[in-house]
Design a protein around this ligand. Sequence first.
Ligand code: BEZ
Ligand code: FE
Length: 289
Amino acid sequence: MASNVGVDNLTAEVRESFSGTPDKRLQYMLDSLTTHLHAFVREVSPSIDEWEKAIDFLTRTGKTCTDLRQEFILLSDVLGVSMLVETINGVETPEATDSTVLGPFHMVESPARDLGEDISPESEGPRCVVSGRVVSVDGSPVPGAKIDIWQADTHGFYDVQQPGVQSIGNGRALLTADQQGRFNFRSVVPMYYPIPTDGPVGELLAATKRHPYRPAHIHFLVSALGFRELTTHIFIGGSDYIDSDAVFAVKNSLVKNFAETDDAATAAQYGVQNPFRHGRFDIVLHPEF
Ligand code: BEZ
Ligand code: FE
């Protein structure tokens, strides 16, 4: 492999080129990026052909992005960077519910629905009920919290992936917690599913013999005046791929046991057939700093 003769001062020169950046945070990031990127290139010592392939991969990743598809976020997800950023930003609020990745399917507005409504009225399959409370770190309720929910169906498809099969809004809801911070909804039990594999990220997974699957989950984006917004999911306990999520987004605290509940009175109260599966999710928000 070629030596680094003639480039000994290159890293220092590039770092110095950013020294006049007025925004000091930007300067710090560019300085660190230069240091680590140059160290990476020195370590792997790519051939020109490998470098061109890398540029081509990133170019095609950009070209795959549309208003409805974000291949760069997907790349960040499969490299574990999205999860790293989420986790770093959550360390300041350890008492709050754990966050996890947003993902690319929060792309349409969720329909406002009443508490208790079925959020997947067009989907066939075993029903579940999800219920819980939104509270602050001191346990006091957060009345009127907005809970935006989206999920795949029993076959692992989001509404936006099946035009003509599912209407936009199936598997989605914008709920408002009651005066005690309580919420509940009915739905179909979601299925595990593959992340999109028909682009450059799919090539990366195939080349590395990685599977593209995410364990079954339901997304939540929770907001309330005076509180930090929370982006998270709950995972269906026992789902396939719970130990090998393609985007590394599982946190143990977010795995919920959707226990089969055989209780006719409770089923009637929630408006589902008995027996049904019941997931409980109490959401702790952190006050804004
Ligand atoms: C999702 O859960 O919707 C998702 C997250 C990351 C990558 C692809 C999909
Ligand atoms: Fe998802």
